[in-house]
Design a binder for this molecule. Structure first.
Ligand code: ADP
Length: 227
């Protein structure tokens, strides 16, 4: 589902941010990527969403090599990957419904009825249906992240990538977000979460890939930290 083969990323003349990393994430897995600041987590994340290109190596997602991918194939890649960020990245001047509907229109769905159905389904999944008319500024951090999750999920991606999704949230809201991610994974989506939050990683008991200085130092199948 996600495969990295000997991936190296160097920024300018610096040392390698990722150093010859090989990694395989299988369909239906739930994987945490952890590591101290500067370990290479963001670099890996940006490579997966094709925001960066590797200096060398191959990245294959859903059977498609990302390096040298033809431009016309990129929308299809993005359609199959839902992305969530620490800082939510909602459109401030649109309400919850429109933020999520935007993602549907971006992939060419134009039927209002279809959009209405899909947005309503995904709002139920993230348990925030009553707030569909609110603007982002009227929501708490936890609610904003649930809307961001709904937006990432509305196109039914095969893979969900989350970069520090609980980074701005208190423990209670972090639990809620993790519960939703677990449900999404249970329904068949492959989930990859980059995080600093050791407490959550410990609780969730999933595969943990530990990066240090651009290298995978640990890849443990279940609950890899502090056992
Ligand atoms: P993490 O997300 O684990 O904190 P990063 O992927 O952001 O780690 O960084 C890995 C290494 O790459 C660090 O040494 C960092 O300083 C360096 N780095 C990250 N982004 C850039 C950049 N745009 N230019 C130069 N160096 C960078």
């Amino acid at each position: 589902m996600i495969r990295l083969e000997n991936v190296t990323k160097t920024y300018g003349e610096n040392k390698n941010a990722l150093d010859n990393v090989s990694l395989h994430i299988y369909p239906g897995e739930f994987v945490f990527i952890v590591g101290d600041s500067g370990a290479g987590k963001s670099t890996l994340f940006k490579l997966l969403i094709k925001e960066l290109e590797p200096s060398s190596g191959e990245i294959i997602i859903n059977g498609q090599p990302l390096v040298r991918m033809r431009r016309r194939k990129i929308p299809m890649l993005r359609r199959n990957i839902g992305v969530v960020f620490q800082d939510f990245r909602l459109l401030k001047d649109r309400n919850v419904f429109d933020n999520i509907a935007f993602a549907q229109r971006a992939i060419g769905i134009s039927s209002d009825r279809e959009i209405q159905k899909n947005v309503s389904d995904v709002l139920k999944l993230v348990k925030i249906s009553n707030k569909y008319k609110s603007l982002p500024d009227q929501l708490s951090g936890g609610e904003k992240q649930r809307v961001a999750l709904a937006r990432a999920l509305v196109n039914k991606p095969k893979i969900l990538l989350a970069d520090e999704p609980t980074g701005n949230l208190d423990p209670g809201n972090s639990q809620i977000i993790m519960g939703i991610l677990e449900e999404v994974n249970r329904r068949g989506t492959t989930v990859v979460v980059v995080t600093h939050n050791h407490e959550i990683v410990r609780q969730m008991n999933k595969r943990v890939i530990n990066l240090k200085n651009g290298v995978i130092v640990n890849d443990i199948q279940e609950g890899g930290l502090a056992r």
